[in-house]
Design a protein around this ligand. Structure first.
Ligand code: HEM
Length: 389
């Protein structure tokens, strides 16, 4: 289906939507430039209010701000605040991520052991979607009994981006966000009183040592790490298992030479990016790829399309785990490039390789087409039923 972008990208690589104040960018070059353009904003306040997706997110953010303070995570801040906050959070987070290999392997081994003896299972819901929440929960400092709630709340919160959601779903999205923020608020209080070996304590210690970050910024960055890191990584693992079960040559090559998993994960990211779009907002009138935009317009870069741009990627519709270089945009680009990429890569490589090694005869139960979950922006499988023998 990603080939559907081909005519659009060739004929209208940058196109203004006639209906809403947004521009779709489907070409790699202009897409990457826009993501790197520091004159564009990530702050929803810079977006035209009549954009339905934005209106929807703003309403949720306003409700949360009334209870917890303004959404000051690196996801939505611009410079100079973005650089200041991202610097502090990324330093602490990346230190933890760099030491996480053992933790990740242990969580994945336990998850695979739990599948022992089963003839069939759902590789998404019984495996892929269970891993990132345990890794993130442990790194951040949440107690294990909270992991299931954090998972459910994060997935409900994702509905925030769906402008067509029902009133009931809106309530679920709000309650999900509220649950996560209340949890991290309590965790910050507990760790301030008694620090532990976790990221919450690291950030509070940095703050106590003079790092310029306030409580509200710590709270919303913990929230951002969880919501940006759960479903995305689960989808990387699920999409990867699916792609390797449907490309047997690639799977056999990895089983014969496990080092190939590194390039395979990059190709999985390129071929089925967990995040489909990344957006910026225009603070003034301007042009992208020759196409004029207005102040308040959203510049929406299709990562799916950019990753299949034949001007940048040879034979882009071919799944090739040995592709080198592989300059996919699945982690974005520029100042907001994914801060969790190193952890996502460790989790993706370990989870996919260990499952294939443990079940070398793993296959899909039938030839039915993949069951893509319909949540705007985040693309992964709703389920993937597999047989172990
Ligand atoms: C930003 C993708 C995993 C945390 C982003 C962006 C993308 C992305 C596309 C936006 C970049 C831009 O707009 O230029 C992914 C994918 C993942 C993944 C595909 C998994 C395969 C993670 C993990 C974490 C994380 C595991 C953390 C635990 C973040 C944060 C940002 C971000 C905090 C915002 C950075 C900023 O605005 O400065 N990610 N991500 N992500 N990601 Fe990830």
């Amino acid at each position: 289906p990603h080939a559907l972008f081909d005519p659009q990208r060739r004929e209208r690589p940058v196109e203004h939507d006639g209906m809403i104040p947004a521009m779709l960018i489907s070409a790699y070059g202009v897409g990457r430039e826009s993501l790197m353009d520091r004159s564009l904003s990530r702050n929803f306040d810079d977006a035209a209010p009549e954009n339905p997706v934005i209106a929807n997110v703003r309403r949720l953010n306003a409700a949360m701000a009334a209870e917890f303070g303004k959404h000051d995570s690196m996801l939505t801040l611009d410079d100079p605040d973005h650089g200041r906050v991202r610097g502090i959070v990324a330093e602490a987070f990346l230190k933890r991520a760099a030491g996480a290999q053992g933790l990740v392997a242990q969580i994945i081994d336990a998850q695979i052991d739990a599948l022992a003896g089963r003839e069939t299972f759902d590789a998404v819901n019984d495996y892929a979607a269970r891993i990132p929440i345990q890794v993130l929960g442990t790194i951040l400092g949440s107690p294990p009994e909270m992991f299931e709630s954090l998972k459910v709340w994060t997935e409900a919160g994702q509905l925030a981006f769906d402008p067509t959601k029902s009133a009931e779903q809106e309530k679920l999205a709000l309650d999900g966000r509220r649950g996560i923020l209340s949890h991290f608020k309590e965790l910050m209080e507990a760790r301030r009183a008694a620090p532990q070996d976790d990221l919450v304590s690291d950030l509070l210690a940095a703050q106590a040592n003079g790092a310029p970050i306030d409580d509200n910024e710590i709270l919303f960055n913990l929230f951002a790490l969880l919501v940006a890191g759960h479903l995305t990584t689960a989808d990387l693992i699920g999409n990867g298992i699916y792609l390797l079960l449907t490309h047997d040559e690639a799977r056999q090559a990895i089983l014969a030479d496990p080092k190939l998993i590194t390039g395979a994960v990059e190709e999985i990211l390129r071929y089925e990016p967990p995040i489909s779009f990344s957006a910026r907002f225009a603070k003034a009138d301007g042009k992208a790829g020759g196409c004029p935009y207005h102040k308040g317009d959203a510049l929406v870069v299709s990562l799916i399309s950019a990753n299949r741009d034949e001007d940048r990627i040879d034979d882009p519709h071919r799944f090739d785990i040995t592709r080198r270089p592989n300059p996919h945009l699945s982690f974005g680009a520029g100042a907001h490039i994914c801060v969790g990429a190193p952890l996502a890569r460790i989790e993706g490589q370990t989870a996919i390789l260990k499952l294939l090694q443990r079940f070398p005869h793993l296959r899909k139960v039938d030839d039915s087409p993949p069951d893509w979950r319909v949540v705007p922006g985040v693309r992964g499988l709703a389920k993937l039923d597999v047989i172990t023998e």
